[in-house]
Write a protein of this length. Structure first.
Length: 233
């Protein structure tokens, strides 16, 4: 989750997004609405802005926790500049000053400027996938071995926000698969609660066959789609 700090202060994300939009539109730059949506990008990468003064902003692109890097288009009255690579940065000095050519910042420079910001960011969610036997709410033996890791993660984070999401493959009719995926999510929730996780911290949902991990034709047995996703925040 990113924050915008035009004056060095932290604000909630929804307010930060509005502040950033207003700040860029009225002071410095706008974002290309087709090629470089900042709002889309902040969910797939960290977008950090260092504001040295009211007329100077540096935009730095960093990868998300999975190592993926998006891209940003920074533009103003003078022109447009894309940043597309990890640790690439461009600086704008007012509406009529062309954004600088992209440069790669060293890790040392980024740490020097952004370490307080990065340290203050909330921990990213951790995702686990558990697989099930065909037409069953019983975990595969391999997935059962993942349970201690999930419990350790919940404990280390003192998590009170855990999502348990059930899925199925497309074998069988849609209503049956919805009930099956609900049963799988409930089975995992019961295991976590039995191991000491507070039931009020768990949100259990089911998607049936609607969100497959691997797309298949209807009435197809696919082990990778017989799953429960556990997200620990």
């Amino acid at each position: 989750m990113a924050r915008f700090l035009p004056n060095g202060s932290w604000v909630p994300w929804q307010k930060a997004k509005a502040n950033l939009s207003k700040y860029l539109e009225t002071n410095l730059v706008s974002t290309d609405k087709q090629n470089g949506k900042v709002w889309l990008l902040v969910f797939i990468c960290f977008l950090l802005l260092l504001s040295g003064c009211a007329q100077k902003t540096t935009v730095v692109l960093l990868p998300d926790p999975n190592g993926k890097v998006g891209h940003v288009t920074v533009s103003n009255d003078a022109g447009t500049m894309d940043i597309t690579r990890e640790r690439e940065a461009t600086t704008v000095e007012g509406r009529e000053s062309l954004p600088t050519s992209p440069t790669i910042l060293s890790k040392q420079v980024i740490d020097a400027y952004f370490s307080p910001v990065l340290a203050a960011l909330p921990m990213q969610p951790v995702h686990f996938i558990l697989y099930f036997k065909s037409e069953s709410t019983e975990l595969t033996s391999e997935s059962a071995k993942t349970l201690p890791e999930i419990l350790s993660c919940i404990q280390s984070r003192s998590s009170q926000d855990i999502s348990v999401i059930g899925h199925s493959d497309t074998a069988g009719d849609r209503q049956y698969n919805l009930q099956l995926s609900r049963g799988r999510a409930s089975a995992v929730s019961r295991i976590l609660i039995a191991k000491g996780v507070d039931s009020t911290s768990i949100r259990s949902t089911s998607h049936g066959e609607m969100n497959p991990l691997v797309k298949t034709a209807d009435n197809t047995h696919e082990p990778r789609n017989r799953r429960v996703e556990v997200v620990v925040r």
